[in-house]
Write a protein that binds this ligand. Sequence first.
Ligand SMILES: Nc1ncnc2c1ncn2[C@@H]1O[C@H](COP(=O)(O)OP(=O)(O)OP(=O)(O)O)[C@@H](O)[C@H]1O
Length: 316
Amino acid sequence: MEGDDIIEVRDLEHLFGDFAAVRGISFTVRRGEIFSFLGPNGAGKSTTINVLTTLLPLQKGRVHVAGYDVAREAGEVRKAIGIVFQDDVLDRDLTVQETMEFHGRLYSIPREERRAQIDDLLRVVELESKRDERTKNLSGGMKRRLQIARGLMTRPEVLFLDEPTQGLDPQTRMRIWEYIRQVNGAGTTIFLTTHYMEEADILSDRIGIIDHGRIVVTGTPAELKNALGEDVVYLETEDDRRVRDALSGIEEIRSVTDSTRGLSIAISADGSQCIPKIIDAVRSAGIGISSVNLKKPTMDDVFVHYTGRELRDTGA
Ligand SMILES: Nc1ncnc2c1ncn2[C@@H]1O[C@H](COP(=O)(O)OP(=O)(O)OP(=O)(O)O)[C@@H](O)[C@H]1O
């Protein structure tokens, strides 16, 4: 493993019959970061995550998680990771406390440590008052919080979260984001998949996008958005016609078109750095400005750019 990469994937391929679900992907996740794995339905996310968590056997390529080889040291990998998957089920008839106890015993965590861990984690996910509630009586958001707490029982080095906020209301999603940040702040690396672009943008240190079994791009949210080079400045003035002439000397301007929000000026560089030039040019021509707005590309724009498709938001 190079440097401080906690996950290292090299030339990973995975076939189902003669169908290649994953076609030779390579990427790394650094220790301590939140990494989001995005892709349209059927892109190969689950297949990849299943190989990384040893739920599927490694067919071809090299995968290290927490310093262990998933093919030769699957047991060690399992001890180093926590998993919160979509189709995880909670035993409906167990209470919150019992759910945690059971999981702790499954992993042979000594009694004292188990108790302390449970107290600690239920505090983090704010489920202390629900300790004796049966899980069937919890709301969707509480169930998800309990699953996250359970996934953390073993103090994993890496926590895999598959669609952690799928189907939850906006407030609950934001709460879950806070827990994820808290857990990450305490030193756990997070590998997550999501269908919510805003979630990936807000939470991630880095993002990888997979499509048709291939990684199409990786980078920080800011890098990915800036690389599109599609900043747009909206400008409202007292004389839009004359503005076009006034702007003709600014190199970074790719096009000027009319829009409902005034002139729409497409910028080939960082729009925020171009705004002062635009304002200077328009003012020098003696034209009054009534408003200036900058629109940066969003993660949605990035996703559509690289996959040619809009991610189906199946959350509701
Ligand atoms: N057990 C299997 N047998 C045959 N084909 C499979 C199997 N599992 C997955 N596939 C196929 O492999 C491809 C990748 O599937 P995968 O579940 O990894 O995608 P995904 O990116 O997780 O999609 P989603 O967002 O819908 O969960 C799909 O075309 C899928 O139909």
